[in-house]
Design a protein around this ligand. Structure first.
Ligand SMILES: Nc1ncnc2c1ncn2[C@@H]1O[C@H](C[S@+](CC[C@H]([NH3+])C(=O)[O-])CC(=O)[O-])[C@@H](O)[C@H]1O
Ligand SMILES: O=C(O)C(=O)Cc1ccccc1
Length: 247
């Protein structure tokens, strides 16, 4: 499979009917460009995941990267930690993403114990792990399925284990939310997206990517059994939370 990456031009031409967004072959082909131009702080979050792993993972512990797409989290951890430091399982439901992630990781970090599997994170039998990463993935699950997944992840974590969860968020206050969304659209314009691309993608993501508030995420995390959680990163309406399982 080719490892070429293209500029995201998916919503450049006017569409009669904008179909629901899906992680199909066209998205796979331009995904690195799409996510970097569309997710404020994406690169910074990846860099910090390596630092968090370095601090929190017991030597040799297992890590899950859930909704791994092209394997960027595994690459970031392998770039910072030696092969003996951890093993990692990346899981994604999109066959196109999985095929490319497997290729990339086998080529870029052959000495690290990283496996990539196709699957639905709602129906996985999780093994005991030291760290679980949901980097912009929970937002794509139907809201009614999210509590169940977080509870399973809490159960799978070792005492002292951590969950890192990044999400597109909404603010409960309408005015605050409007400001964040408007500046987010400015961010996309500044990254070369046209008005048409911004509005068609917004339509495509309706009912597919369902953002929740930070308060709701922290409440869900507490409900799942985590004793503490903190928002360690926010850039406009994109944020990342770390949650700690009791020692
Ligand atoms: N039920 C599901 N089970 C498994 N995977 C799923 C499911 N639903 C959606 N996905 C997968 O979750 C990923 C979300 S992208 C993650 C970026 C990555 N974490 C990164 O750090 O580059 C975020 C984004 O594109 O904004 C896609 O690859 C979906 O196929
Ligand atoms: O582009 C958007 O509007 C987003 O919310 C980010 C995003 C990035 C990649 C796939 C889907 C959504």
């Amino acid at each position: 499979m080719s490892d070429a990456s293209y500029r995201d031009a998916i919503f450049t031409t006017p569409l009669d009917q904008v179909a629901q967004f899906s992680f199909d072959e066209r998205v796979v082909a331009c995904f690195p460009d799409m996510i970097r131009r569309s997710v404020p702080g994406y690169g910074q979050i990846l860099g910090m995941l390596g630092i968090i792993a370095e601090r929190h993972l017991p030597r040799g512990a297992h890590v899950y990267d859930l909704g791994c797409s092209l394997g960027a989290v595994g690459l970031a951890l392998a770039g910072r930690l030696p092969p003996q430091a951890f093993s990692l399982t990346g899981v994604d439901i999109s066959p196109g993403m999985i095929a490319r992630a497997k290729d990339t990781l086998a080529r870029e970090c052959p000495d690290h114990a990283i496996e990539i599997v196709e699957g639905d994170i709602r129906h996985l039998n999780y093994r005991t792990s030291g760290m679980v990463v949901l980097n912009f993935t929970l937002q794509f699950l139907p809201p009614e399925d999210r509590d169940g997944v977080l509870s399973k992840l809490h159960a799978a974590l070792e005492p002292g284990g951590v969950l890192v969860m990044s999400e597109k968020i909404r603010a409960a206050d309408e005015q605050e939310n409007a400001w964040l969304v408007e500046r987010y659209h400015d961010f996309k314009r500044a990254n070369g997206y046209s008005e048409l691309e911004i509005s068609q993608k917004r339509t495509a993501l309706e009912n597919v990517l369902i953002p929740d508030t930070l308060d709701a995420h922290h409440a869900c995390i507490a409900q799942a059994g985590f004793s503490r959680s903190t928002t360690w990163f926010q850039y406009l309406n994109f944020a990342s939370i770390i949650a700690f399982k009791d020692e």
